[in-house]
Design a protein around this ligand. Structure first.
Ligand SMILES: Cc1ncc(COP(=O)(O)O)c(C=O)c1O
Length: 423
């Protein structure tokens, strides 16, 4: 299996564009997404009948539009994500369903939108079946099943098993079929997503669980979804998941189901991280360098308000330095801790799960140099906040040698919009 070579720790360009120039034109911190990398990852998955982008990973309209133009369908987990899919040009009707709403509840807005636009629903609770059936009987639905086990890169991203709130418990399928019948809803799809950043062994276990559940639901099923969860190599030496082998496992299951039922069965995959993570770079500027006893800190102008994965999960992101001059001047390395500007001691990008600070070997840097946090295109910008009244970063979409401003940096007025002082 292919492993990832050592990534450069000194980088002057992203997608052929000069980092100091991008920073001068757009400021920092700024996310930059390399469209070619998204395209390459889409191409990796072309064996699957349907690639459905889990836009929760990175839902900027430019990215959602780009995947749409590359024949990728989309998953929406909220009313806002349905609206994003529509704004990015997705149709509501068609086979395969261009947009699927996947959730464990309907809030009132999401239910209204699904009914109004006849959006296919992947239900994650029995209550959703009743709520949809009461206002829109006769529709086709998918059941999201919790197979009784799960796995993620962190316990917080494990979406299966008894401790997870996600999906319909595998033992409750019959109850859901009875409810669906009551409302004339037809179960045409079965979906399983056991976690995010899962490993191959756990993903492979889902195949058996899928076959069992589909047999229970019966011949109305014409689509199975393997969910998302594909990992990406964050660390040097991490292996790339063997997509060919993964597809073969699922293809065998799909073929057995199809031959039992005597009709074709579509095979979907629903990646988020796999499509967008490696495309994303968070460009920051080093604003202070200070020593605390034995520890040297690079303090940059992005914090966990911009990228929360390290504080949430102890997630590791590759990092590189770009000299302010933009010239690779062959610097020596030193061990540093990388932190942000927030008034919170957890605002550290080099930390392990549990909040333990760790050191990273990076080139010697000066205030004014840039520090690029890499593989930040999934669960990066989308989890940002205005903590400490910090504006959300700008987002650039790098395509065909140009940097398109996919989102302007927030202004102070954006931050306080909607607030008021009582008279
Ligand atoms: C229902 C569903 N599908 C797909 C995904 C995408 O997961 P990943 O980004 O790991 O591919 C998620 C994320 O947890 C999810 O909840």
């Amino acid at each position: 299996m292919a492993t990832v070579d050592q990534r450069p720790t000194l980088r002057t360009e992203i997608a052929g564009l000069s980092i100091p120039k991008l920073a001068a034109e757009h400021g920092t911190p700024t996310y930059a997404y390399d469209a070619q990398i998204i395209k390459d990852r889409i191409d990796d998955l072309k064996q699957f009948d349907v690639i459905r982008y889990a836009q929760k990973a990175c839902s900027n309209l430019a990215i959602v539009d780009f995947v749409r133009k590359n024949e990728v369908c989309v998953d929406a987990v909220s009313a806002g994500e349905i609206r994003r899919a529509l704004a990015a040009g997705y149709r509501t009707q068609g086979e395969p369903h261009p947009i699927v709403y996947t959730a464990d509840i309907f809030d009132r807005e999401a239910l209204e939108l699904c009914v109004e636009h006849n959006i296919h629903v992947n239900v994650g609770s029995a209550d959703m079946i009743d709520q949809l059936g009461e206002v829109a009987p006769g529709r086709n639905i998918t059941l999201r099943i919790n197979p009784g086990f799960g796995h993620g890169h962190s316990q917080k991203t494990n979406t299966g098993g008894e401790q997870s709130k996600h999906g319909i418990w595998h033992g409750d399928v019959n109850d859901c079929l009875i409810r669906a019948d009551r409302h004339n809803l037809v179960v045409t799809g079965v979906h399983m997503h056991i976690g995010s950043g899962t490993d191959f062994e756990h993903l492979a276990q889902v195949c058996g669980a899928m076959e069992k559940t589909v047999a229970e639901v019966g011949r109305t099923v014409n689509t199975i979804s393997a969910g998302g969860g594909l990992p990406i190599p964050y660390r040097d030496g991490d292996e790339r998941v063997d997509i060919g082998k993964y597809f073969e496992l699922w293809d065998r299951v799909r073929n057995r189901i199809a031959s039992n039922f005597g009709h074709q069965v579509r095979l979907e995959i629903e990646p988020g991280r796999y499509l967008s993570a490696e495309s994303g770079y968070l460009i920051t500027e080093i604003r202070a360098i200070k020593r605390m006893g034995d520890n040297l800190f690079y303090l940059v102008d992005a914090g966990f308000n911009n990228l929360a994965r390290p504080i949430l999960y102890g997630a590791y992101h590759p990092m590189s330095i770009c000299p302010a001059s933009g010239v690779d001047d062959n610097r020596s390395m030193q061990d540093v801790i990388v932190g942000g500007p927030l008034c919170e001691s957890g605002d550290i990008f080099t930390q392990e799960e549990g909040g333990f600070v760790s050191k990273r070997s990076l080139p010697v840097a000066n205030v004014g140099d840039f520090l690029v946090i890499e593989c930040a295109g999934s669960y990066g910008f989308v989890m940002s906040s205005n903590y400490n009244s910090k504006p959300m970063a700008a987002e650039l979409f790098l395509h065909n040698g140009e940097a398109f401003v996919a989102r302007k940096r927030q202004s102070f007025e954006d931050i306080i919009r909607g607030e008021a002082i009582p008279s």
